[in-house]
Design a protein around this ligand. Structure first.
Ligand SMILES: NC(=O)c1ccc[n+]([C@@H]2O[C@H](COP(=O)([O-])OP(=O)(O)OC[C@H]3O[C@@H](n4cnc5c(N)ncnc54)[C@H](OP(=O)(O)O)[C@@H]3O)[C@@H](O)[C@H]2O)c1
Length: 329
């Protein structure tokens, strides 16, 4: 089969397309003919060997995919060849076939194309858990989304708006904020040109935010935390900005803020009930018309370009790689 391969750690240009042996189905796993794979920021960290866990060379990047079940391993129930599924793995999705643990795949929600389904699983599940499971968001509450024009960011704006929250989007330019506004954000903050804490306070009429969802970290986490109301919540998802911030704990103490971490990979493994609830919640939102925003679709041969676009902060919303000929609605 054809697969993207990282043969040397480095930037997107290190990723090439090669002919490699297809994976064999193993107990508890499902072999999927991949229709599409999405690009996520952690893919860049894996190929640079800067992720929390290291992946040995050579490997196939890609954590989020959609496709059709080709074979099911011993002990797998609920899936059969031909089923339309989407799922997540640590690496391996940017290939014509991927082997995934059965618990990491799910039927494609009715109404989603394969391209949309590939852009949905990691991003929207992360967003839903950040907002609902960890963030306990309520209708009418002020939710600040940092990196609001990115993959997770747009999903957070989309889901939060649909759950009735009042969203303040923060991104690095007015153009990038437009995508969040289209998704229903009530206000936008250009966090390069404006003071994040001051603007959040102004927009919320001095009250402060109820919830901050942070996939960016770096120099933006602390001002956002300082703009939370007494008893508010801060959910940390990632550090796309580069630096892992060091937050003074007195800020947490004085305002009785709850800080929650969320790592989807371990949540999927350890919290089956919460994941089932999240999937149900998302399926309802899809039934009500929610669709993930895909801003670019590339062919597998252009995988390095797709990765470079994300590394350069160019896309608004998700970048998807179209792989299988089966369906590209
Ligand atoms: N915890 C989890 O389970 C989980 C799951 C998925 C993703 N993540 C993490 O969430 C973060 C976002 O992932 P994503 O896939 O949504 O990525 P993405 O689409 O590339 O979005 C990241 C956003 O961060 C902002 N950003 C600020 N400084 C940046 C920098 N120096 N380089 C690149 N982007 C920068 C960019 O927006 P502006 O230019 O507008 O600032 C960009 O839109 C990543 O840290 C990723 O590792 C975590």
């Amino acid at each position: 089969m054809r697969a993207a391969r990282c043969e040397e750690y480095g930037g997107p240009e290190q990723v090439v397309v090669r002919e490699v042996p297809a994976p064999e189905v193993t107990p508890g796993h499902v072999l999927v003919d991949v229709a599409a794979a999405a690009v996520n920021f952690p893919d860049l960290l894996f190929i640079a060997d800067r992720y929390q866990v290291s992946v040995g060379l050579p490997f196939t990047p890609g954590s989020e995919f959609s496709g059709t079940v080709a074979a099911v391993g011993e002990g797998v129930v609920g899936f059969a060849p031909g089923d339309r599924v989407h799922g997540s793995v640590v690496t391996g999705a940017m290939a014509e076939q991927v082997l995934a643990p059965a618990r990491s795949i799910a039927p494609v929600p009715a109404g989603l194309s394969m391209v949309e389904a590939a852009a949905f699983r990691v991003t929207y599940l992360t967003a839903y858990h950040a907002l609902v499971t960890a963030g306990a968001v309520e209708p009418g509450q002020w939710v600040v989304v940092l990196g609001a024009a990115g993959g997770v960011g747009t999903a957070c704006v989309d889901v939060a708006t649909r759950l009735g929250a009042r969203v303040i989007a923060a991104a690095s330019s007015p153009e990038r904020l437009q995508v969040a506004t289209k998704l229903g954000a009530e206000a936008g903050i250009d966090y390069v040109a404006e003071d994040l804490k001051t603007r959040i306070k102004e927009i919320t009429g001095g009250a402060g935010a109820d919830l901050v969802v942070d996939p960016v970290g770096d120099r933006w986490a602390e001002p956002a935390l300082r703009a939370i109301r007494w008893g508010g919540r801060f959910v940390t998802i990632g550090f796309a900005g580069g630096e892992i911030p060091r937050i003074p704990l007195n800020l947490v103490l004085l305002k009785n803020v709850t800080v929650r971490g969320l790592e989807l990979r371990t949540w999927v493994e350890r919290l089956p009930e919460e994941n089932a609830r999240a999937r149900e919640g998302l399926a309802q939102l899809v039934a009500d018309g929610m669709r993930p925003l895909v801003s670019e679709v590339h062919e597998l041969d252009d995988v390095a370009t797709a990765l470079r676009r994300v590394a350069e902060r160019i896309p608004t919303a998700k970048v998807v790689i179209s792989i299988g000929a089966e369906e590209k609605q």
